[in-house]
Design a protein around this ligand. Structure first.
Ligand code: RUQ
Ligand code: CUA
Length: 660
């Protein structure tokens, strides 16, 4: 069996498309050229995969605009290192300063992108983040109990009522003793789908309830739209419930499932008290943009509803061979399942699913959940699409485009007649693809961006690891045309693009210093001070072009815990100041935005003079923006003093004259 499986599996590695060299059309350069000083037409938010960050590109140019740290510490601006941001990475396991960010989802109102927030999933230590698109900063992170490998996440409903998070790994539940043999999987392991509610005004998240489901691997998801608004669809694999050698043991069955969940009814049941409470422990971290400070709260309880107790909530739909992507077309009628090992793409009909449920057209049940007959849910199949279908998005003109991982191509097909219209090679092995608004009710069918896993020979060699890359195609004509390749930061999984006009005018330019509620703010140079309280020393230090107040500090002693509270007094766009101090172990710099206060904790390790300076080239005299702090022995009696512009050498000590 293993030999046969190995043969089958070897065909899963990517193959190289033939006509690789000349796939770019003549006017491609013109179409992606954005003149210096001109803005791009779209923002493209791209997941960083195993670097745990989100990057922001302009399209069509492919220019990198920003990297936003989400689940990983970021020495470039001090995220996760400053006292204000450390709580963001807290979890029930303590600080987890890294994660694997796969998917991004822009918030929606009435099924259209509203430009307020973007959600991100952490695939390793299960978390969901909300990033604020006025500040481009991570505003909130929610850990998920009873989960492991938060992969089918963070997909949202049409009015951002809920963000869902389905677990990839089945595990013993958090309130169980997990010290059990792994091969008791089928008896003791379970899976959970979390429904996180999002406050309409503030965006604040809450784990509203969890759905307890059989121990299969939940992979991807999408909510319904329009007529299917009340439903969510989740792809799952490993319906074999294997716990070892999944590449063989979880590829046995001809069909796995898509799980259809009526979330509206589930919400009603939860509100009616049909769930039960379970003791758990998970972190909820919130960044407050008034105090420029985050807090982490450990939540202790979750409401759980069991799928098999609630008969009319969940239905399984058979889906060929290990489905991955689960995508819903703009009308909400068609649900596309992409079986990684399937030689066709099944398209399910929402109306037919509803009819099958009404008629009880089931072939049986799986762990207490009814299984709808495949043919009764099926609208039709796309025949011979290519090898290794993974993800599908929609162009708003009645077509779908699907990535083919194994045959390295994108394939466009018509949703109604399921006929293939066009196929184009990609370089190489595409995972996700994205059309601006391509998973919403209103796609903007100008471009498709394809995220490739492998680039091989596309770029200059850079040692054993080569760039990952995105490719931009023009999809306005009958044939999809390759316009541009651009390397990405980290491994791009999903990305979402949106017209720049939806976001750009909301962008915050600086923070009002008068509204700064950080308890350690110094609102002007007159407020700058150094305060000793036992072994704790608080330095309230300000920055403005091009000096610190204070910039000479003495009287710090060994064993002191020093907190540098750095306030940037500037009230202008694009004038951050940096702060770095020699020898600061376990810390990075701080990059302080205008009007903001950020804090660096520092424990000097030996007596001496420690320079500090601004790291961001802020003015012609940026190199002069520097200072000194003196550290003395623990028992010294050097008094605590601080100043700027006063602590000059004795006037008898003049600097040497220039002699000739
Ligand atoms: S999944 S391609 Cu998370 Cu397809 Cu990455
Ligand atoms: Cu401030 Cu350089």
């Amino acid at each position: 069996m293993i030999v046969a499986a190995a043969f089958m599996l070897s065909s899963l590695y990517s193959c190289k498309p033939k006509n690789t060299a000349d796939a770019v059309s003549g006017d491609a350069a013109e179409k992606v050229y954005v003149a210096p000083g001109k803005y791009d037409e779209f923002y493209d938010f791209v997941s960083g995969g195993f670097n745990g960050q989100m990057s922001v590109y302009g399209l069509p140019s492919g220019r990198l605009l920003k990297i936003v740290p989400v689940f990983s510490v970021f020495p470039e601006n001090g995220y996760g290192y400053s006292e204000e941001t450390k709580p963001m990475l807290n979890t029930s396991h303590g600080s987890v300063p890294w994660d694997d960010l796969h998917h991004l989802e822009l918030s929606q109102t009435n099924g259209e992108i509203d430009g307020r927030w973007i959600f991100a999933n952490a695939n390793n230590t299960p978390r969901v983040a909300r990033i604020d698109l006025s500040t481009f900063k991570t505003a909130e992170i929610m850990e998920l109990p009873n989960s492991a490998g938060n992969h089918s996440s963070p997909f949202i409903t049409e009015n951002t009522e809920y963000v869902v998070a389905g677990t990839r790994f089945a595990v013993p539940m958090d309130n169980q003793n997990g010290d059990i043999p792994i091969n008791t999987y089928r008896k003791n392991f379970k899976a959970s789908i979390s429904f996180i509610s999002v406050d309409k005004t503030t965006g604040n998240m809450k784990v509203a309830f969890q759905l307890r489901v059989p121990p299969v691997d939940f992979d991807l998801s999408h909510s319904g739209k329009g007529k299917s608004h009340d439903w969510f669809f989740f792809s799952c694999y490993n319906t074999e419930q294997a716990n070892t050698l999944l590449e063989v043991n979880a590829s046995q069955r001809d069909k796995d499932f898509i799980l259809a969940v009526n979330w509206k009814k589930l919400e009603e049941y939860a509100n009616a008290g049909k769930g039960h409470k379970e003791a758990v422990s998970y972190a909820h971290n919130v960044y407050n943009e008034e105090s420029h400070t985050s807090t982490s709260t450990i939540e202790k309880e979750v409401t759980v509803l069991d799928a098999k107790d609630l008969k009319d909530i969940c239905y399984f739909i058979p889906c060929p061979k290990s489905p991955h992507g689960c995508d819903v077309d703009p009308t909400g009628e068609y649900i596309v399942g992409s079986g990684k090992l399937a030689a066709l793409i099944p398209v399910f009909s929402f109306d037919k699913i509803q009819k099958a449920i009404a008629d009880k057209d089931f072939i049986g049940n799986y762990d207490g959940i009814p299984v709808i007959k495949y043919e009764s849910a099926l609208y039709g199949e796309v025949q011979k699409p290519g090898l290794g279908p993974l993800h599908t998005e929609f162009d708003g003109r009645g077509n779908a485009i699907t990535t083919m991982f194994v045959s390295s191509e994108i394939v466009r097909w018509n949703i109604k007649d399921l006929k293939i219209i066009d196929r184009q090679p990609t370089f190489y092995s595409p995972g996700h693809l994205s059309i601006p608004g391509g998973d919403t009710r209103k796609p903007n069918g100008k471009y498709v961006i394809v995220y490739n896993k492998i680039t091989k020979d596309r770029y200059l060699p850079t040692g054993p690891e080569l760039a990952q890359a995105a490719q931009l195609f023009d999809i306005t004509g009958d044939k999809m045309k390759l316009l541009l390749d651009f390397p990405t930061v980290g491994e791009p999984h999903y990305g979402q693009a949106v017209a720049a006009s939806v976001i750009k005018d909301k962008s915050v330019k600086f923070f009002d210093i008068n509204k700064n509620k950080n308890p350690y703010v110094a609102k002007g140079e007159a407020d700058a001070k150094v305060v000793r309280n036992g072994k704790r020393v608080d330095v309230y230090i300000t920055q403005i072009r091009s000096h610190f107040v204070p910039d000479n500090i003495e009287g710090i002693k060994m064993g002191d815990e020093v907190y540098w509270h750095v306030t940037n007094l500037e009230q202008d766009w694009d004038v951050p100041h940096g702060f770095a101090i020699k020898g600061a172990a376990n810390a990075a710099e701080l990059l302080v935005m205008p009007g903001e206060t950020q804090t660096l904790a520092w424990n000097p390790e030996k007596p001496g003079i420690y320079p500090f300076y601004c790291t961001d080239f802020c003015s012609a005299l940026h190199q002069e923006m520097q200072g000194y702090v003196r550290v003395s022995a623990a028992n010294s009696n050097v008094p605590l003093t601080f100043s700027t512009g006063k602590n000059m050498p004795d006037s008898t000590n003049t600097p040497p004259l220039l002699t000739q």
